[in-house]
Design a protein around this ligand. Structure first.
Ligand code: AMP
Length: 232
């Protein structure tokens, strides 16, 4: 079965990039559509509820649409703290999640991506399309380049990400990917296992001196770019 050679253990992750000890904010990526399988939306709901119940803040793209919206709706309805970071053009195009949600308006997608990255202590990629792939691979690339040590879980519900994981496996076999860390990503086939996996990965204790967390090499964000922004 594909994925079995991926080391999900906290020891493996912690050994690679020790540093954080607690997850306060999770950024969830996911499709702007719900997909054909209703189980994906159910899993997104379970994840949103679990994030809220754990007292973890959710950062996401702002709209109610798709799996990304589903997780935010579930978190907000469970009483969680939800931060929507969204460019104006999406506000005009998507249904927005208003009650119980702090909205940060940004001028464009690249600043949205940087803010989502800056706020997050960890990332989850739900099933999605090309936009979700772009977001999760950027997190992996920056981690490979040692720009951060934030963990990422691929929510491999019903094997959704297995074809992509096969590509990573091929890259690794061909010598283009580090086989010991695989850029730090973990894989979970159920929504219930995601938070425990992330918590273990950041709380793993070891004796080495932690590597410094470096800032991503993305465009400089200025206060004037934001309508309102105040990472806690
Ligand atoms: P995808 O459907 O995976 O191709 O995603 C396309 C883009 O839409 C990605 O940049 C997602 O972050 C973004 N996106 C998906 N759902 C939402 C949402 N509910 N609100 C705001 N942005 C979203």
């Amino acid at each position: 079965m594909f994925g079995s050679s991926f080391d999900n253990s906290a020891e493996q992750i912690g050994r690679s990039y020790p540093s954080q000890r607690r997850i306060g904010t999770i950024c969830v990526f996911g499709g702007a559509m719900l997909g054909n399988d209703p189980d994906h939306a159910r899993c997104a709901t379970v994840l949103g509820e679990a994030i809220a119940a754990a007292g973890i803040r959710l950062v996401y793209g702002g709209g109610c649409d798709g799996l990304m919206g589903q997780v935010a709706i579930a978190a907000a309805e469970t009483g969680g703290t939800v931060v929507a970071i969204t460019p104006q053009f999406l506000v005009e195009r998507m249904r927005m999640l208003s009650p119980g949600c702090q909205t940060i308006s940004v001028p464009d997608m690249s600043i949205r991506k940087q803010l989502m990255f800056d706020y997050a202590d960890a990332f989850v990629a739900l099933p999605g399309g090309i936009g979700t792939v772009e977001e999760l691979t950027e997190v992996m690339t920056l981690r490979k380049l040692e720009r951060h040590c934030k963990p990422l879980v691929l929510a491999n519900f019903k094997g959704f990400w297995s074809p992509l994981l096969s590509v990573f496996e091929s890259m690794s076999e061909a010598g283009f990917m580090n086989s010991s860390t695989r850029c730090g990503q973990m894989v979970s086939s159920t929504p219930e296992a995601i938070l425990p996996l992330l918590q273990r990965s950041v709380s793993f204790e070891q004796n080495e001196t932690p590597k410094p967390v470096l800032l991503p090499t993305m465009p400089v964000l200025r206060r004037s770019h934001l309508a309102s922004a105040s990472p806690a």
